[in-house]
Design a protein. Sequence first.
Length: 162
Amino acid sequence: MSASKAIKQYFLDNPKKHISHNEIRDHLILLNISCKEPQRQVRSFCQKGFLQKVKDGVYFYDPYFKEEKYLSPEFTALQRKEILSEINYCEVCGSTDRLIIDHIIPRDNKNSTNERKNAQVLCTKCNNIKKNNNNIFLALKLLQKEKNSKLKNIINELEGLV
Ligand SMILES: [Zn+2]
């Protein structure tokens, strides 16, 4: 099990319990899962709305909490036209097949905007892999397809941090 999954499961198993970073670290040690910075994962869960923050370093999972979901604006038709006239290929794989304008920082992240700097051109295939994630996630998923066992181990370690 990845550190990320183990942390999520621990919060799911203990709804409403205030859980500190130390407790998470102990739990991971118990499961024999190595994770250098579990607090980063916890903070990212909080950012995504899965966890609520009590205070610095202490979070909890509330199964009944529904956050008003934030979505940054779509790119306008004019923006799309301008960007595609500038870049007419997928910026990841180079394909020119069915291009879309993707929000680099996903729309449900509070730091996401519809400014040019948050736009990238992707083909539908790359966009389907990235889904609502960041570019690091996309890169890891693409690397997973490589037949290199050492690389696979590195990716497994990194996955918990994304
Ligand atoms: Zn592509």
